[in-house]
Design a protein around this ligand. Structure first.
Ligand code: G3I
Length: 466
C-alpha cells in the first residue's frame, strides 16, 4: 500500500476515534467528561470480622480504588486495602478484628485518570473481644479491691455497634449522663417530665451490666426555665423541688445506683453557700432537705442501697471551699443522709498536686464515706500556649492520670466506689473554648483522640491500676 494510503487510513481512524469519544448532540462536541468523585455511603452487613463498604456509582469509569484504614487520616492501611482496584459499588472486607473502628474511602478511575477521594465512612465491627487486660475495667476488676471505671455519656452515643458502644462495653463498668439526667432536660413543667433520654441511658446501663450514676438532682446550672421563672411562693417552689426529686428517684429506684443529690453548692471565694435560686427560695437548709427527700423516696421505693453523694470541684486547691464542703458533709452524716463525696477533678497537668488531692480526699476517707472521682479530665493547654498536643504535654498528662488513678487505687476498699472520666474523645470534651471555665483555645483532656485512638493518658490510667 502506498504511504499516502496508510497515512490516510491512520488519519481517518483518528477522526473516527475522536468522534466516538465526543458525541456531537448538535451543540458542538461534548467536552471530555470530568471524572466524578464517588460518594461513599454507610457500611452494611457489619459482623465481628467484616463489613460491606458501599458507594454511589460514578458515570463512565473503569472501576474504583478502595482504601480501608484503622484511622481517619489513612496513615496506615488494612492489609491489601491501599488503593485496591475494585468494580461495582460495593465490596465486602473480611478478616477484620472484632470491636474495632475502621474507615473507608474510594476514588473513581478511568484509564490512567483517578478522581479525588470520596468522603470517609467510619464503621466499627461488632463483637466484644475477649477480656483484654489492657481494657480499663478489666484491669480494675482484677484488683484485690476493685472499683468502677466510669465515663460520661450522651444518649445518642449508645446505639448498638457504635464506636462508643464498643469502647464503653470493653473499657468501662460505670456511666454518668453528661447532661441528660439533670433537671433541665427532664423537667418540662410542674409534675411533667421528658424521660426519653434518661430512660435510654439508664436502660443501656442496666441491660449491659454497667453501673449507672445519676447526675445531678439539684444544680444551679441545670434549672429548667419554668422553675427559674416560677411565680409561686418560696414554699411552693420548695414543694416543686421536693416533687421533682421524689419522682426522679422513685422512677429509677433500683436502676440508678447512686445520685449526686446536690452539685456545686459552695461558692469559689469565701467558702460560703453559692447564692443559687435554691438557697434564695428554700433557705440554708435546702441541701439537707434535698438529701432527705432523696433518701425518703428511695426507701419508700424499697431501694435502701441507693448511694447519695454531694459533688463539687476544686476542693483540693480551694481550702475555704474544702472546709465548707466538709461542714456540709458532717451535717448530712449527722442525719444519716450521705454516703459519699464526689470530687469532680477537672484538673490540669500541673494542678492539683498529689498532696493536695490526697489531703482533700482523705478527709472523706476518715469519715468512712465513698469516694467518687466523678468528672476526671486533665487539661494540657489551660493557658493556650500550644496549638497541638505536644509530646511533652502528652507525657505530662499521662503522669497526672497515673497519679490520680494511683491515689484512688490506694484507697481502702470500703471507700472505693468509682473513678469516672468526663467523656470519651478529646474533640468532644466540654473544655475546649469553654466559657464556664474561661478556657481559651483548644485542649486534649481525655483518654482517646478524635479517632478513638488510645493516648498516653490511657496508658497512664492503666499503669495507675498496677
Ligand atoms: O446536644 C444538644 C443539642 O442537640 C441541642 O441542640 C443543644 C441545644 O442547647 O443542646 C445540646 O446539648 C448540650 C450538651 O452539653 C451537649 O453535650 C447542652 O445544651 C449543654 O447544656 C450541655 O452542657 C453540659 C453542661 O454540664 C451543662 O449541663 C456539658 O456537656 C457537661 O460537660 C457539663 O458538665 C458539668 C457537670 O455536669 C458538673 N460539673 C461541671 C461540668 C462542666 O461544666
Amino acid at each position: 500500500m502506498k504511504l499516502t494510503n496508510i497515512k490516510m487510513g491512520i488519519a481517518l481512524l483518528l477522526v473516527m476515534t475522536l468522534l466516538s469519544c465526543s458525541k456531537d448532540d448538535g451543540n458542538g462536541p461534548d467536552p471530555i467528561e470530568v471524572l466524578g468523585i464517588p460518594f461513599a455511603s454507610t457500611a452494611s452487613n457489619i459482623t465481628d470480622t467484616s463489613f460491606q463498604a458501599n458507594w454511589v456509582l460514578v458515570a463512565k469509569t473503569d472501576g474504583y480504588l478502595l482504601d480501608v484504614s484503622t484511622n481517619s487520616s489513612f496513615s496506615t492501611f488494612v492489609a491489601e486495602f491501599n488503593a485496591l482496584s475494585v468494580t461495582g459499588n460495593t465490596f465486602v472486607i473480611t478478616g477484620l478484628s472484632p470491636a474495632t473502628s475502621y474507615y473507608y474511602r474510594v476514588r473513581a478511575k478511568r484509564g490512567v485518570e483517578v478522581s479525588n477521594n470520596s468522603n470517609i465512612i467510619a464503621v466499627t465491627t461488632t463483637g466484644i473481644v475477649a477480656e483484654d487486660p489492657t481494657f480499663l475495667k478489666v484491669k480494675a476488676n482484677a484488683l484485690a479491691n476493685p472499683f468502677f471505671v466510669g465515663v460520661a455519656v450522651k444518649s445518642q452515643q449508645l446505639s448498638t455497634g457504635s464506636a462508643y458502644d464498643v469502647v464503653l462495653k470493653n473499657e468501662f463498668s460505670s456511666l454518668t449522663a453528661e447532661y441528660e439526667m439533670k433537671m433541665n432536660p427532664i423537667s418540662t413543667g410542674s409534675g411533667s417530665y421528658n424521660w426519653v433520654a434518661a430512660d435510654k441511658i439508664v436502660k443501656y446501663g442496666n441491660d449491659n451490666g454497667i453501673n449507672v450514676h445519676g447526675h445531678a438532682l439539684v444544680w444551679h446550672n441545670a434549672v429548667p426555665n419554668w422553675l427559674t421563672n416560677f411565680s409561686g411562693t418560696n414554699a411552693e417552689f420548695t414543694m416543686e423541688v421536693k416533687k421533682y426529686i421524689t419522682d426522679v428517684v422513685t422512677r429509677y429506684a433500683g436502676k440508678v445506683k447512686s445520685w449526686d443529690v446536690v452539685n456545686e453548692a459552695v461558692n469559689d471565694n469565701d467558702g460560703g453557700l453559692r447564692n443559687t435560686i435554691f438557697l434564695q427560695k428554700m433557705g440554708p437548709n435546702y441541701i439537707k432537705d434535698c438529701f432527705q427527700w432523696a433518701r425518703d423516696a428511695a426507701n419508700a421505693a424499697g431501694d435502701t442501697n441507693l448511694l447519695l453523694f454531694y459533688n463539687d470541684y476544686a476542693t483540693s486547691t480551694n481550702i475555704n471551699k474544702q472546709n465548707k464542703v466538709y461542714t456540709i458533709v458532717e451535717d448530712l452524716m449527722a442525719n444519716n443522709l450521705i454516703d459519699g463525696v464526689g470530687f469532680q477533678m477537672h484538673n490540669t497537668y500541673l494542678s492539683p498536686t498529689k498532696i493536695q488531692m490526697e489531703t482533700d480526699i482523705n478527709r472523706a476517707v476518715v469519715k468512712g464515706l465513698k469516694i467518687h472521682v466523678s468528672e476526671l479530665d486533665i487539661q494540657v493547654n489551660q493557658n493556650n500556649d500550644i496549638t497541638y498536643l505536644t509530646e511533652e504535654r502528652n507525657l505530662a498528662q499521662k503522669a497526672k492520670y497515673l497519679e490520680i488513678v494511683k491515689i484512688y487505687n490506694a484507697l481502702p476498699a470500703a471507700n472505693k466506689y468509682a473513678l469516672t472520666v468526663w467523656g470519651f474523645k478529646d474533640n468532644e470534651s466540654w473544655i475546649p473554648y469553654s466559657t464556664d471555665l474561661n478556657h481559651p483555645g483548644n485542649d486534649w483532656p481525655l483518654l482517646y483522640d478524635k479517632d478513638f485512638k488510645l493516648k498516653s493518658a490511657h496508658t497512664g490510667f492503666l499503669e495507675g491500676l498496677n
